[in-house]
Design a protein around this ligand. Structure first.
Ligand SMILES: Cc1cc2nc3c(=O)[nH]c(=O)nc-3n(C[C@H](O)[C@H](O)[C@H](O)COP(=O)(O)OP(=O)(O)OC[C@H]3O[C@@H](n4cnc5c(N)ncnc54)[C@H](O)[C@@H]3O)c2cc1C
Length: 447
């Protein structure tokens, strides 16, 4: 049973933004076990799902423009699979196991050529370019490295200190590019990879921490879905959905409508204002709406622009959380070449392409095609190409991000206002993290 702190029932809640975070919060709020009488979801664009965007062509091709792979591991991974089951999408799930070639064959483009990354225990014992020593030697040294004392550290500095420069520069740097489209020298290890940071704090070693602390989610009895068990027994590394990731927000929207949640597309929130009794007025293009509690799932910078103008300190802290822009180019080829999506930009977008607002799509497509030719040797013309420029799409948890969070959530608590912040700007950018944090934020309001 979720009942709200002030105990005033029934309550009206407005959720701002219908990305995966806003949808997950709305589902939790509209659950029959809550005492919320009315949930309204306001979305600025005409699309429900935020960055979860799929193009489905008439000839059956599926193009992902946002997330394409979700990890089933850990509490957050199991939690998403549980939700997928509850939404009736079990038969839509497309798993990729650890044994699949796509999991085993991962490459880095270093020094002008593709280098296959080690996969599996045996390959950790051999020296393979681009590495100059077996991975196992860095791993075995790690438990004996002295514990760091900094409150925060860059991902690069942390991994170089614990695992050596080579792993930091080759493996972990590319991981940061893949997940955050970000620079490992600027990203915070404490906020981007909290389990690594905490393992060092708690056990003095990342490796030991992973071995001892890795089983938490396995014991959690709340994940009853057969899908969770299947993922474990079949050894899923990742999963997607047959009709594309957009099927997830589509199913969530359908369920929300069934529960009577009001969903408004093309309804940007311009300003939020508190009334003297602590309730909220939400200002829209065509008027205002009232709510007892607000959930904001929009990016931190967007929230800073719609807050009451007098909330200067909170607005300033929200402004500090930057995001980077990414171009996704989907290429479809005739015959059995790889299905390819090229992601470009991120932390290096302006340096590489200029302003994401004005860059020519033709130029981006040419760069993607040049890359596919030089890296993969594919010279034929694509049958179809879709270029999307996603402006400010991935938040960057820079060094000191956790201090910003303390300032932001501290300011809200101090004001005692009925405002909850969810979304990728704060505690995890993955689809799993967004869903889990949104649900927890609703649960934290339990009386
Ligand atoms: C290219 C790309 C690839 C990715 N790949 C993966 C992946 O493979 N696996 C993975 O787990 N994660 C991946 N991610 C990350 C993940 O998709 C996102 O972090 C997540 O979808 C963010 O969801 P959100 O709901 O927090 O934010 P958003 O999706 O940004 O949703 C916020 C919503 O608020 C709306 N909004 C904004 N302003 C207003 C306003 N004033 N009023 C009302 N509404 C407003 C927006 O239109 C949007 O719909 C990827 C992200 C991108 C961009």
């Amino acid at each position: 049973m979720v009942c709200f702190r002030a105990g005033l029932m029934p309550r009206a809640v407005i959720v701002i933004g219908a990305g995966i975070s806003g949808l997950a919060a709305s589902l939790r709020l509209s659950n029959a076990a809550t005492n919320v009488s009315k949930v309204t979801l306001l979305e600025a664009s005409g699309h429900i799902g935020g960055w979860l965007q799929t193009t489905r062509t008439q000839d059956g091709a599926i193009f992902e423009h946002g997330p394409r792979g979700v990890r089933p591991a850990g509490t957050v991974g199991k939690n998403t699979l549980q939700l997928v089951s509850e939404l009736g999408l079990e038969n839509e799930v497309l798993p990729v196991t650890y044994r699949h070639v796509a999991s085993k064959n991962r490459y880095l483009f270093v020094g002008g050529k593709l280098c296959k990354l080690p996969s599996g225990l045996r390959s950790a014992f051999v020296t393979r370019p681009p590495f100059t020593q077996p991975i196992i030697s860095s791993l075995l040294r790690e438990p004996f490295v002295r514990q760091g004392e900094e409150q925060d550290e860059s991902v690069h500095s942390f991994t170089a200190r614990r695992f050596g420069k080579e792993l930091a520069e080759l493996a972990v740097d590319s991981l940061c590019r893949g997940i955050f489209a970000g620079n490992s020298r600027k990203l915070s290890v404490r906020s981007c990879f909290p389990t690594l940071f905490e393992a060092e704090r708690k056990f003095g070693s990342v490796l030991i921490g992973m071995i001892i602390g890795g089983g938490g989610a396995r014991k959690d009895p709340s994940f009853t879905s057969p899908l969770v068990r299947r993922a474990q027994t079949e050894g899923w590394a990742q999963w997607s959905l047959k009709q594309g990731m957009q099927s997830l927000p589509e199913a969530m929207e359908q369920e929300l409508r069934r529960r009577g949640v009001e969903i408004h597309r093309d309804t940007p929130v311009n300003r939020i204002q508190q009334t003297p009794d602590g309730a909220w007025e939400v200002h829209l293009d065509g008027g205002t709406m009232k709510a007892d509690h607000l959930f904001s799932s929009v990016p931190a910078k967007v929230l800073s622009r719609i807050l009451p103008p007098s909330w200067v300190a909170l607005g300033d802290s929200l402004q500090q959380i930057d995001s980077v822009s990414v171009t996704v180019v989907n290429l479809e080829y005739d015959g059995s070449v790889l299905p390819i999506a090229v992601m470009m930009g991120g932390s290096w977008f302006r340096e590489a392409f200029g302003d994401p607002e004005t860059v020519a799509k033709g130029h981006l497509l040419q760069r993607a095609r040049d890359t596919v030719r030089s890296h993969l040797g594919i010279t034929q013309n694509p049958l179809r190409a879709i270029v999307k420029v996603h402006k400010d799409c991935i938040p960057q948890y820079a060094l000191g991000h956790s201090r910003q969070l303390d300032a932001i959530f501290g300011a809200i608590e101090q004001r005692g206002v009925a405002l909850s912040l969810i979304g990728a700007s704060y505690r995890g950018v993955s689809v799993n993290d967004c869903i889990y944090q949104a649900q927890r934020s609703v649960d934290s309001l339990r009386g």
